[in-house]
Design a protein around this ligand. Structure first.
Ligand SMILES: CC(C)(COP(=O)(O)OP(=O)(O)OC[C@H]1O[C@@H](n2cnc3c(N)ncnc32)[C@H](O)[C@@H]1OP(=O)(O)O)[C@@H](O)C(=O)NCCC(=O)NCCS
Length: 134
């Protein structure tokens, strides 16, 4: 018999990332990604400096850490013609005034994977972008 993943049903909530998330955010990034991010990156994320971000918490965690991040997305909005990213996309950036949403990091801790959280985070960042730029 497969052991249940959670002793209580997770209640997944999405919220903006705040300065109080700094330590957890750094910790999860260090666990999930092979590259090290500069402290300035985390500072910019938690303070919303040029970076759009969303966090996820499980407000029904049995250990009481109901406001601790278990996932996140960080993204930057860039003007297409000022970015080298468009070269990868293969269209003429010099003629484009379009803006793009560039996902910097997207992560969900192991225990909460395959519940659709990553997909929602991805879609949330796109929706956020469209709300202000479309
Ligand atoms: C990628 C990640 C955010 C997905 O989170 P999640 O909450 O499990 O995502 P969802 O439940 O919405 O979707 C799971 C699907 O994504 C797929 N998936 C997971 N990691 C993937 C990857 N690196 N590349 C492509 N697909 C991936 C799974 O196979 C699954 O596919 P299925 O629905 O067809 O079975 C999570 O696996 C993660 O944090 N990975 C480590 C960090 C990382 O690689 N981030 C992406 C680059 S920044």
């Amino acid at each position: 018999m497969v052991a249940p993943k959670f002793s209580t049903k997770p209640k997944i909530c999405y919220r903006p990332i705040r300065p109080s998330d700094l330590e957890t955010l750094e910790h999860i990034h260090a666990k999930l990604f092979p590259i090290r991010y500069e402290p300035s990156f985390f500072h910019d994320v938690v303070n919303g400096c040029d970076i759009v971000s969303w966090g996820v918490v499980d407000s029904n965690r049995p250990d009481g850490r109901c406001d601790e991040l278990i996932g996140f997305v960080t993204a930057r909005v860039v003007v297409a013609k000022e970015s080298e990213i468009v070269d990868l996309l293969g269209y003429d950036s010099s003629k484009s005034d379009q803006t793009l949403v560039y996902i910097l990091t997207l992560g969900v801790v192991d225990a909460y994977r395959n519940l659709g959280i990553g997909t929602i985070l991805y879609l949330t960042s796109i929706l956020d972008f469209c709300t202000y730029n479309c």
